[in-house]
Design a binder for this molecule. Structure first.
Ligand code: NAP
Length: 248
């Protein structure tokens, strides 16, 4: 018996990085896993194979998180195929980094739509399902940048701060139905998203981390396991930083 045996999880953006590690961790703890991607169809097929080999049900869906219609259609499909949704991890996200004065309207809109409006889209579809079930756990992938801001990431920081406020509101609106909502705020995690940073920026980040190392997707998956499982049954409206102790 795993910590998530008998549960169904939906993870957005799971073909790489943090989302993939969460899908894998959840499956290893016995959850059936539905997940989404945008363009990486072959990585999605590969992941379905890996998760199925662990003895759970796994299906990958191409679904653009920024589309309200696609989010609602996705949740209908997942419900049809899996029967219920116990855990939602809204992880899909992008960056379009530059200084504010160089930021175009397109860069602002792309990040806010993919990272924040997407959370409204999927929550609007999933929360009523969980409310009818009288239980569920929603986990949003925020960022330490959504707490402290960052040079060159005004759009991204605003989107991630929005997720924190959204989670607190969802926790208050749906708590009476047994639905919990929390955020994870990762720090500097080694994925494709951060692979674009120069060695110099990387070194300066690590200098400011108490544990003196970048985080791994598996580090974040451990927190997602806690928040998705009944171990966190009395935790809602909270943001857990997973950042190795980033200093100020
Ligand atoms: P990543 O390696 O770039 O992976 C992003 C994932 O999101 C991919 O599976 C991608 O699918 C999917 N995705 C992107 N746009 C999508 C859309 N419109 N619809 C559906 N799926 C979409 O990112 P990561 O580093 O693992 O980050 C995952 C989450 O953690 C993000 O929300 C990010 O902001 C947050 N985070 C990351 C860090 C870090 O240091 N890495 C720190 C704090 C927070 P495709 O492969 O199909 O494109």
């Amino acid at each position: 018996m795993g910590l998530l045996s008998g549960k169904v999880a939906l993870v957005t953006g799971a073909t790489r990085g943090i989302g993939r590690a969460i899908a894998t961790k959840y499956a290893s703890e016995g959850a059936d896993v539905a997940f989404t991607y945008l363009s990486s169809a072959s990585a999605a097929d590969e992941l379905v194979g890996e998760l199925s080999a662990m003895g759970v049900k796994a299906v990958g869906y191409r679904s653009d998180a920024s589309s309200y219609e696609e989010a609602h259609a996705l949740v209908k499909e997942v419900q049809g195929a899996f029967g219920k949704i116990d855990i939602l991890v809204h992880n899909a996200g992008i960056t379009r980094d530059t200084l504010l004065m160089r930021m175009t309207e397109e860069m602002w809109d792309a990040v806010i739509t993919t990272n924040l409006k997407s959370a409204f889209n999927i929550t609007h579809a999933v929360a009523p399902v969980m409310a009818r079930q009288r239980g569920g756990s929603i986990v949003y992938m925020s960022s330490v940048v959504g707490i402290g801001g960052n040079v060159g990431q005004a759009n991204y920081a605003a989107s991630k701060a929005g997720l924190i406020a959204l989670s607190k509101s969802v926790a208050k609106e749906f708590g009476a139905r047994g639905v919990r909502a929390n955020c994870i705020a990762p720090g500097f995690i080694q994925t494709d998203m951060t692979a674009v940073l120069s060695e110099e920026i990387r070194a300066s980040f690590i200098e400011g981390i108490s544990l003196r190392r970048a985080g791994t997707p598996e580090d974040v998956a451990g927190v997602a396991l806690f928040l998705g499982s009944d171990l966190s049954g009395y935790v809602t409206g909270q943001t857990i930083a997973c950042c190795g102790g980033m200093r100020g």
